[in-house]
Design a protein around this ligand. Structure first.
Ligand SMILES: Nc1ncnc2c1ncn2[C@@H]1O[C@H](COP(=O)(O)OP(=O)(O)OP(=O)(O)O)[C@@H](O)[C@H]1O
Length: 336
């Protein structure tokens, strides 16, 4: 069997690519910087480095939005460059396994297939895997033999809540809440309470360091621009204020989990009750979310050991173990 196989999880903020050749996962920002509307200036983590700091002639963007491809040309360019890097400049024919959300249209799903086909990466075979199924495998759940697994993936733009049974999806809902909305809520609260404008990266850092700050009993020190004076200032934000501004978003996620639970066939409820919720995705790590989900649903919450890479780890399992191959499928009419 050829070792030229890639597993791709296109996240809105991070692209994760499993490379069978060296059994590793690349994690880079899914971002592109274009200079003067035409020239590629930077991509991945280096594009993110410039975000919110670049001059006006350099446009930096995420080609994905809400889990679907919003800017096909730039997404193709990114896939091409990342695969070229992983292939050390010598792209050879390869098989591609791509993870897609369940709760999107057929046209949006097909766009993931077309993306790989058109990005000049010499795709030999393109197979699709439901993101939640890969997530389950990546969290070491025996998804093929379990009758009722509830996964919740809190990403950057979206949260995907899914019920799996016997290797397939029974129910899935993609809601437009994730790490970005958490950052935006922090920015609005800081603006309102402190008349201070902070950047998206600053808000993200506050969110990520929240657990640590609470443990140490310290506030978050941030730099921003005072709305009244227009001058740069330093402020210390109390963690209680950050917690408070995130609550509404947390409760919307919890309510959506409850709606999915209410619609779950009763025959699957026993396994879900026994095993609890499997929580993953980068933004699932935000302080207090897991405990509130536990309180709100009464279910045990299992935390992923690799929240950012759980989907890619699942793809790796499918690629490496024949037993799981059946969960990957070709999009009808487009398989080779
Ligand atoms: N320790 C942490 N605490 C809180 N949030 C975190 C932490 N680490 C990463 N994040 C957040 O996780 C998000 C990225 O997660 P992930 O890579 O799972 O998303 P994605 O797959 O790119 O997005 P999507 O699933 O919406 O397409 C970002 O919003 C980031 O700020």
């Amino acid at each position: 069997m050829s070792s030229n196989i890639f597993g791709i999880d296109l996240g809105t903020s991070n692209i994760k690519i499993y490379n069978r050749a060296d059994d590793t996962i690349l994690v880079e920002k899914n971002m592109i910087a274009i200079e003067n509307k035409s020239t590629l200036f930077a991509y991945g983590d280096s594009a993110f480095e410039m975000y919110e700091k670049a001059p006006a002639n350099i446009h930096i963007s995420y080609p994905l939005s809400n889990g679907v491809i919003a800017d096909i040309k730039n997404m193709e360019l990114l896939v091409k460059y990342f695969i070229n890097d992983l292939s050390r400049g010598n792209v050879r024919p390869a098989d591609y396994y791509i993870a897609v959300p369940f709760d999107i249209t057929e046209v949006e799903k097909r766009a993931f297939y077309d993306l790989i086909k058109e990005s000049g990466v010499k795709a030999r075979k393109i197979l699709v895997v439901e993101k939640a199924v890969a997530d389950g495998l990546g969290m070491d759940i025996d998804v093929k033999n379990s009758q009722g697994v509830l996964t919740v993936n809190v990403g950057y733009d979206t949260t995907e809540i899914s019920i799996l049974s016997l290797g397939g999806i029974v129910l899935s809902k993609l809601i437009k809440i994730g790490g970005l909305k958490f950052d935006d809520a922090i920015r609005s609260a800081v603006r309102k309470e402190f008349s201070l404008i902070i950047g998206g990266k600053t808000a993200e850092n506050v969110k990520i360091s929240l657990k640590e700050l609470e443990k140490e009993g310290r506030g978050a020190v941030v730099y921003g621009r005072d709305i009244v004076t227009g001058l740069p200032v330093e402020r210390e934000l109390p963690t209680s204020m950050i917690d408070e501004c995130l609550m509404e978003l947390f409760y919307t996620i919890i309510d959506s989990i409850k709606v999915i639970l209410e619609r779950t066939p009763p025959e699957l409820a026993a396994d879900i009750y026994r095993h609890g919720i499997y929580l993953t995705g980068g933004a699932s790590q935000v302080s207090h979310l897991a405990e509130l989900i536990h309180k709100g649903t009464g279910l045990k919450v299992n935390l992923s050991e690799n929240p950012v890479t759980s989907v890619a780890l699942g793809l790796a399992k499918i690629i490496k173990e024949d037993n799981y191959k059946s969960v990957a499928y070709a999009i009808e009419g487009m398989s080779k």
